[in-house]
Design a protein around this ligand. Structure first.
Ligand SMILES: Cc1cc2nc3c(=O)[nH]c(=O)nc-3n(C[C@H](O)[C@H](O)[C@H](O)COP(=O)(O)O)c2cc1C
Length: 343
């Protein structure tokens, strides 16, 4: 395996049986090019057709359909290629790039693809063995973030160390996937994104208590023109009342206003703002909650279907900071908290 530059777009895919002979030739040429005559030519394992019985043989295919590289990896649920590999480790062998395709990122593309697939199939690390003299390959592994693991050096066969091979390992952040069909699990993952907390409120001017609800999906959409974007659940009973007025006040809540946020989130609760100190927004007279971090007076511009939530775009007509500006309320993992600036 030798160095490469100037990446060439390749598609990494499983090898087809009709490509096995071409793979053998490619690997033979690659190893001969870097390490001279190959004394393991008689090793049946050198035949891709043999390896494909128990392992996954991959190819890197160029845009013109030519085979530019190959690598063989452990098959998920299958035996490892090396004796000293743990059950949650994917190991690989026979990584090679056609001599004419060197220095074009083909080896790196193969290795990155293998690591991504390994993480996606529950492996926690990719492990490989390489000859001490294969310095070009070592540079590639270093560049890809592999760790040199001298304590695991050696090629072991039937419990005996047969060769002084170097061991490299790439720890994989194995992705614990939350089933999307499980709403609670999906909300758990979505809830890991910390947000501020906003109270939307609107007085519809007929003397009824103002409508209000708590949201966290509130973002600055545009500075010029000043617009915000928010999403409201299709089941909300307060939003239709707010939307009917065509405008609203949004108060970014301050630290300590978690209980208030919970109160405003009670579905259909009457007079949610009863007894809560508010001031009227300058143009439309909607309630802005005292003690918050900042306020916005907005006119609803457009609503879009977003699934179980409506996406709302609103024009900001007026806004300002409030006393609690430096200490906004945050919400993450279903808990309220405060903002602690990094020292
Ligand atoms: C911290 C927090 C964040 C929330 N974020 C949203 C949100 O972004 N969009 C939304 O529609 N509801 C959100 N809710 C839920 C609404 O507040 C709740 O469904 C709503 O208040 C229901 O009351 P209603 O029927 O009177 O509208 C959130 C609730 C809490 C406690």
């Amino acid at each position: 395996m030798s160095g490469e530059s100037g990446p060439t777009p390749v598609a990494v895919r499983p090898a087809r049986p009709d490509e096995f002979a071409a793979i053998d030739a490619l690997l033979g040429a690659a190893y001969a090019h870097d390490y001279g005559p190959d004394d393991s030519a008689g090793d049946p394992f050198r035949a891709a057709a043999v390896r494909a019985g128990a392992y996954d043989v991959w190819v890197a295919e160029g845009r013109d359909g030519s085979l530019l590289g190959s690598v063989t990896t452990r098959r998920p649920g299958g035996p490892p290629l090396h004796e000293d590999v743990a059950p949650d480790e994917l190991d690989l062998r026979l990584l090679g790039v056609a001599p004419a395709a060197r220095r074009r990122g083909v080896g790196a593309a193969l290795m990155r693809d293998i690591a991504a697939r390994a993480a996606g199939t529950g492996f926690h690390a990719v492990v490989l063995k390489t000859g001490p003299e294969m310095r070009g390959a070592h540079r590639l592994y270093d560049a890809l973030g592999y760790e040199r693991r001298p304590e695991r050096d050696g090629l072991w066969i039937a419990g005996e160390q047969r060769l002084d091979l170097f061991t490299y390992a790439l720890p994989l952040a194995s992705l614990a996937e939350a089933p999307l069909t499980d709403a609670a699990a999906a909300r758990g993952v979505l809830g890991s994104f910390p947000t501020g907390v906003v109270a939307l409120a609107a007085a519809d001017g007929d003397g009824a208590p103002p409508a209000a609800l708590t949201i966290q999906s509130f973002v600055s959409l545009s500075v010029s023109p000043p617009r915000v974007l928010l999403t409201v659940g299709t089941g909300s009973t307060s939003w239709p009342r707010i939307a009917a007025t065509g405008s609203f006040a949004a108060t970014v809540l301050g630290e300590g206003q978690g209980p208030l946020a919970r109160r405003l989130a009670r579905p259909g609760a009457p007079n949610k703002l009863g007894g809560i100190p508010t001031v009227r927004s300058p143009r439309r007279g909607h309630p802005v909650i005292a003690g918050g971090s900042s306020w916005f007076e907005c006119a609803i511009r457009e609503e879009f279907d977003g699934g179980d939530h409506r996406i709302v775009v609103a024009d900001v007509e007026a806004s300002g900071l409030l006393g609690g500006a430096d200490r906004p309320l945050l919400f993450a993992r279903s808990r309220f908290g405060g903002f602690a600036p990094a020292s």
